[in-house]
Design a binder for this molecule. Structure first.
Ligand code: CUA
Length: 338
């Protein structure tokens, strides 16, 4: 079963839709492309340099002493002279660390307050991220869009200087982290956390949930698609459009609407109004399924609906026990939702 699924995923990877922008496959904390990310890297580098120098001095002295004063065959086996107390040395190793910690503390406090106190300008994009077990809901209240797992944002420019995110959780604590776009931010029930990013480069950036939140914690991937402003606005317009209603797929749509899928999923403008699972209005505009696990192809979609528990064990979507004909119909309808 597992091997079969793997072959399927590999085969599907060949037919992935063309990437919109450069893929930054390695989520590298040393290559930030936002102001908060760069500032965090700067203090991390400073802390690493300071502690690195301390490490080299301490380890160097230790190695020197171990070698210089090791036991030798011609030792006289006498205890060496014992020395107690040295005001100078004790003062030095008290004052120096205090100074070092104070410098690191001040620099860190300045960066943290600088990043956290930034207020959104009037032209900032605002989006809300809601962590769920085990996927991300993404809302753009201003545009009336709800999507999942793939956050589209504009590159920093005159139209949109930055994106401000409000982070909420529908269940347990998660943590939102896209290494190249800034620091981690906890996603906590009954609390709104904030973060912002002003990516200077377009492309696809990868992230993951960074707080253990249950069995499928590792499969809570995030893709951030940073686009030029005009492309972003085009994407907004296509997401705002009503769901495709293909008359030739009416029986398939009616079947979907008669199943309990609609208790958890929304297709805007239809009786499907559930909010427990991802919004499916423009399902096929997303590149991946199951929160970044498998490419969103028709074959994978059918496999996913057939038995989500094989692909993502423990996930909240049950095996609906559909017949093969029902599976074909539901897949046909859902894959029309471009
Ligand atoms: Cu969500 Cu870990």
């Amino acid at each position: 079963m597992k091997a079969g699924y793997l072959t399927l995923a590999l085969a599907a990877a060949q037919t992935l839709p063309a990437a919109d922008g450069k893929e930054h496959n390695i989520a590298n904390i040393f290559k930030p492309v936002t102001t908060p990310g760069t500032q965090i890297l700067d203090i991390a580098t400073l802390a690493l340099a300071v502690t690195g120098v301390i490490f080299v001095i301490v380890a160097g002295l230790l190695i020197y002493i171990l070698v210089r004063f090791r036991r030798r065959p011609d030792d006289d086996r006498q205890e060496p002279p014992q020395v107690y107390g040295s005001t100078q040395i004790e003062a030095a190793w008290t004052v120096l660390p205090i100074l070092i910690v104070f410098v690191l503390l001040m620099v860190t406090a300045r960066v943290i307050s600088g990043v956290e106190d930034a207020k959104p300008r009037s032209n900032a994009l605002k989006a809300t991220i809601v962590g769920h077990q085990w996927w991300w809901e993404i809302q753009y209240p201003k545009y009336g869009i709800v999507t999942a797992n793939e956050l589209h944002i504009p590159v920093a420019g005159p139209q949109h200087l930055a994106t401000f995110l409000t982070l909420e959780s529908a269940d347990v604590a998660h943590s939102f982290w896209i290494p190249q776009l800034g620091g981690k931010m906890d996603v906590i029930p009954n609390r709104n956390n904030k973060m912002w990013m002003d990516p200077k480069e377009t492309g696809v950036f990868f992230g993951n949930c960074a707080e253990y939140c249950g069995t499928q914690h590792a499969n809570m991937l995030i893709r951030v698609i940073v686009q030029p402003n005009d492309e972003f606005m085009k994407w907004v317009a296509s997401e705002q459009a009503p769901a495709v209603n293909d008359a030739s797929l009416a029986p398939q749509r009616e079947l979907f609407e008669s199943l309990s899928c609609v208790n958890c999923h929304t297709v805007r403008g239809t009786p499907a109004k559930g909010t427990f699972g991802p919004d499916l209005t423009h399902l096929m505009s997303r590149r991946m399924l199951a929160s970044g696990m498998i490419p969103n192809t028709r074959e994978n979609l059918r496999e996913w609906i057939k038995d989500p528990q094989t692909i993502k064990p423990g996930c909240q979507m049950p095996d609906m026990q559909l017949t093969s004909a029902q599976l074909d119909a539901v897949t046909a309808y859902l894959s029309s939702l471009k």
